[in-house]
Design a protein around this ligand. Sequence first.
Ligand SMILES: [Zn+2]
Length: 236
Amino acid sequence: MSQTKLLWELENHNKLLDKYIKKLKIFKDDPDLRRIILRHKQLEEELSNHKDKDIKIKQRLKEKEKTLKNYIFNMDELDKKLYNNQMTDFKQLDYLIQEKEKFKQAISDLEVEIINLLDDTEFIEKEINQLADELDKINKKVVEYEKRKSVNIDKINAIIKEEENKIIDLIQVIEPNIMDKYNLIKGTKNSAVAQILNGICSGCNMVIPAYIVDEVNSKRDLVKCENCGRILFVNK
Ligand SMILES: [Zn+2]
């Protein structure tokens, strides 16, 4: 195999290597997975807030129910006093009736509050269930994604290793001075070798004069494109 043919092969394997290294980076970054993980975090926070709220509502409910019990007990006590028929003091009787009315109103208000709190917990429990469901689905999605990601990364790493080995093999059979020239051009351009296709340089798309094409075909030395400076190669 001619040295220019080897350089051309090297160039192509370098391009493939770059392509797969870029691909690997995209897979590792994985914006889709990042988005899912962010949503997961948000849901966890929402769920935790809802649970806190639920606990607070239930505490208030407990307190209200305790107060209601006390009020009912007090009213029963008042009833006993009122209806034991031993009450002779009208002033005292009037006072007890007024007290009873106050408790009645307070009990009625408390009952409304308790119903509202029960509605609130029912609503929040429903929301907690929905959030937990969504979180569960996202958990499964994350696991699936991570698995797929790791399979893809393994595949790409295998290709990268393969390309690196091919490059090492090629470098060993390319003459060192030619390799130096290649590296020098590669350092300034993203590609160092161009193919002449239908008399046109694949690096810069300029027409290559016929005498240059002849030189590439006949000479053992490297011939560069007069326009872009890339090493020219003709596939024979
Ligand atoms: Zn060129």
